[in-house]
Design a protein around this ligand. Structure first.
Ligand SMILES: CCCCCC/C=C\CCCCCCCC(=O)SCCNC(=O)CCNC(=O)[C@H](O)C(C)(C)COP(=O)(O)OP(=O)(O)OC[C@H]1O[C@@H](n2cnc3c(N)ncnc32)[C@H](O)[C@@H]1OP(=O)(O)O
Length: 336
């Protein structure tokens, strides 16, 4: 075994690479404003800081685990991307990844990441990553990397017009507001307190917060501002993509449930996840996550998402299918 070392893209200062903060039309953007929070993000210090055990072999540990007690898919994808990115040169940047979650991740043990060098070409390189626990794969992931190349072909959708994050409340602030309401059921209070107790390393500001007393069928669409909790810093473009992979699986699949307030999820889990990275961005700055579900059926649902920089540049696109096994609920007057 090679000497153990911390192998994470956080060690790689890509500020010298030829990828700069450019807008979709190629203009250099204003220098990014420093994030409000100045403590290093736990995503850098722990979640996405993998231990290098040997050539192409890494180990990752966990931070926040969802109430389902299976590992958070975004964490596994983010860590797989850290491992893959560590095996390519600094001039190559992930432009897409395609994953299958084949088994539930066990929060009691670390995850091993084994990287296979599928192909190294002149402009592109492809890596296959297997995430392993108890000797079996829990995730398979293909990541394709590309060198920065100019192109006259450039277009993108327009970012939806929404209030800026400064005008909106965080999930925690919303929960405190809901908790201050009279006649909350004990069950609702417990649910809200669980949200407060969860140590999710993200800050989230929903654009249309759910109404606590009124659960109506809505279009399967949602928008929220999101950024890493804590500082990541501007000099590491590779790491920002790994953080975005983490972010992109959070509160994504439940978009497919928004039209069915009379059903609750008995079993919900992402089956696959794909991402395409279009532009540079900072994941410790507010990004707008636009999520929608074009289809649900056969106990599955499809969701699609776009991560926007707040200056309107499309940073990344995501797609995911998940299993949705539901059970009917009887609506209560004061049910969250
Ligand atoms: C806007 C801001 C909002 C803020 C608030 C947001 C709040 C919270 C956000 C939380 C976000 C959490 C996001 C979580 C998303 C994820 O991370 S999901 C985790 C990643 N994905 C996975 O872990 C999936 C891994 N893959 C698998 O586990 C397997 O592939 C599979 C289980 C999907 C495969 O299924 P299957 O082939 O059926 O496996 P089995 O082993 O046979 O069965 C498993 C259990 O399912 C039961 N089952 C099987 N078939 C059926 C059926 N037809 N009907 C009903 N039930 C079925 C089977 O009996 C097993 O049950 P038990 O385990 O035995 O109970």
């Amino acid at each position: 075994m090679a000497e153990k070392q911390t192998a994470t893209t956080s060690d790689c200062d890509c500020s010298g690479s030829n990828e700069t903060l450019k807008s979709a039309d190629g203009e250099i953007s204003d220098s990014p404003k420093p994030p409000a929070q100045d403590l290093k993000s736990v995503l850098v210090t722990s979640v996405l800081s993998l231990e290098k055990l040997d050539v192409d072999l890494y180990r990752g540990t966990h931070h926040w685990v969802p109430h389902t007690q299976r590992l958070f898919g975004g964490q596994i994808v983010g860590q797989a991307l850290v491992a893959a990115a560590d095996t390519v040169g600094d001039s190559l940047h992930a432009h897409s990844l395609h994953c299958y979650f084949v088994r539930a991740g066990d929060p009691k043990v670390p995850v091993l990441y084994q990287v296979d060098h599928t192909r190294d070409g002149r402009s592109f390189a492809v890596r296959s990553v297997k995430a392993i626990q108890h000797g079996q794969p829990i995730l398979t992931c293909q990541v394709s990397f590309h060198m920065v190349q100019p192109s006259p072909l450039q277009h993108q959708f327009i970012m939806p017009m929404v209030p800026p994050p400064e005008d909106l409340l965080t999930v925690e602030e919303l929960v405190h507001l809901y908790l201050s309401k009279p006649d909350l059921t004990e069950k609702a209070k417990q649910g809200l307190n669980k949200i407060l107790a969860a140590e999710v390393p993200l800050e989230i500001k929903p654009v249309h917060p759910p109404h606590i007393y009124r659960l109506t069928a809505a279009e399967p669409k949602k928008l929220f501002w999101v950024r890493a909790g804590g500082l990541i810093g501007e000099g590491n473009m590779k790491l920002h993509r790994c953080v975005a992979a983490y972010v992109s699986d959070f509160a994504f699949l439940d978009t497919a449930m928004l039209s069915y307030p009379n059903y609750r999820a008995k079993f919900i889990a992402s089956l696959d996840h794909a991402m395409w990275f279009h532009n540079t961005f900072r994941s410790d700055e507010w990004m707008l996550y636009e999520c929608e579900s074009p289809w649900a059926g056969g106990s599955r649902g499809l969701v699609q998402g776009r991560l926007w920089r707040r200056d309107g540049v499309l940073a990344a696109s995501c797609s995911q299918e998940g299993v949705l096994r539901v059970t009917p609920v009887t609506p209560e007057p004061s049910k969250l």
